[in-house]
Design a protein around this ligand. Sequence first.
Ligand SMILES: [Zn+2]
Length: 445
Amino acid sequence: MFIPDIERQTAAAIEVYQDIRLQDTLAYVSQYSSYYQRIFKDHAIDISQIKGTRDLFRLPTTSKEDIQRFHQELICVPEHQIIDYSTTSGTTGSPLVIPMTDRDIDRLAYNEYISLSCAGVTSADKVMLCTTMDKQFMAGIAYFLGIRKIGAGLIRAGVDALSTQWENIFRYQPTVLIAVPSFIIRLLEYAKANQIDFQRSSVQKIICIGEGIRRLDFSDNNISRRIKSQWSVELFSTYAATEMAAAFTECSCQRGGHHHPELVIVECLDADNRPLPPGQVGELTITTLGVEAFPLIRYKTGDLVSLSSPTCACGRNTVRVSPVIGRKQQRIKLKGTTIYPPAIANVLNANVNVKDYLILIENDELGSDAVSVFVEAVNESNTQHELQRAIKGHLRVSPKLELANIAQLRKRYQVHKKRKPVKILDRRSALQQGFFQQESQLAVV
Ligand SMILES: [Zn+2]
């Protein structure tokens, strides 16, 4: 069932539409997923009693651990129908494999088409993709297919040298970049050091992936301010999770990422898996719609967000998802104060002397959380002291802060070969569970 422009229907019409799609999805997993067959049986769930999204709370949630443990049982199609194996970035623990069928890839293309259209990308644009297309990165193919569907021009620049990026920008004249915000900072630093007149470039907007650019009240965070204070470009935030094979991208109003009712159902849950009212921060939980190979019911993403639903000035009536304040698993309790690593990152991102950083979270000898912040500075004099003062001022706590060579540190902790540079490394689980590696994905408060 497809309703054109469902995003602009009334909230009531969207709810009715999602209720029907949810029933279709439950019927599908009951037939093809041995995992959900077993779960529904174990919990004595009669899916005919789940009439719509209001009844979702009756269904158990699905966790990352469930995906790891019961991966094979969750696949709903025979192997010969799978044409792509994407993986998550391994933000918390080992990467998860998400298989897709031909129809799932069409769904992914449609998702990116409406997501980028939401940010105002049109067939008149030329988009330069400054991210990898390979390494089983789902977003890479999503961008390619979405831009193709829009009919815009595409330059698959990838994560090439900074000099090549500027050559490409001046040769192909892209109007839109898709890039990680901290990469844009490096691009600007390079331009300034090499007398490249970036103010005269064709770039008008940047779709910022992988790191947050807003505070919870949607104002610009430090990395966003740093880019905009130097370069006259518009920045758009986008949130994506490989497991949901969908993205929530900001419209021109920039008040949260718009949810797509034809692709996922979103919920925001408290610690006891109860839905929270709009505006309250909880765990983003999604149910995929229309996914053939690997559908998920009430999947807990681990990302802490809030939802809002009033009509947006852009005319869409869909739920909007706030910036991510942090990952649930990365909560740090430091001298009685709860903080999330993105809050520390936000302070570091404000300082022009910070070239790169690594936030290391471990357990001290008493089992309490211990945080060490390692910074590579452009100008070392005073930077350490300045940053210590800034972190204390913003967060009221003082983690240990040292100057260091970050590339060497990433090697030492064996995280130098990851798909994106590891900036937050949580080793607490390493000590407790025999594995480590948690990587920052999104969100700078
Ligand atoms: Zn809007």
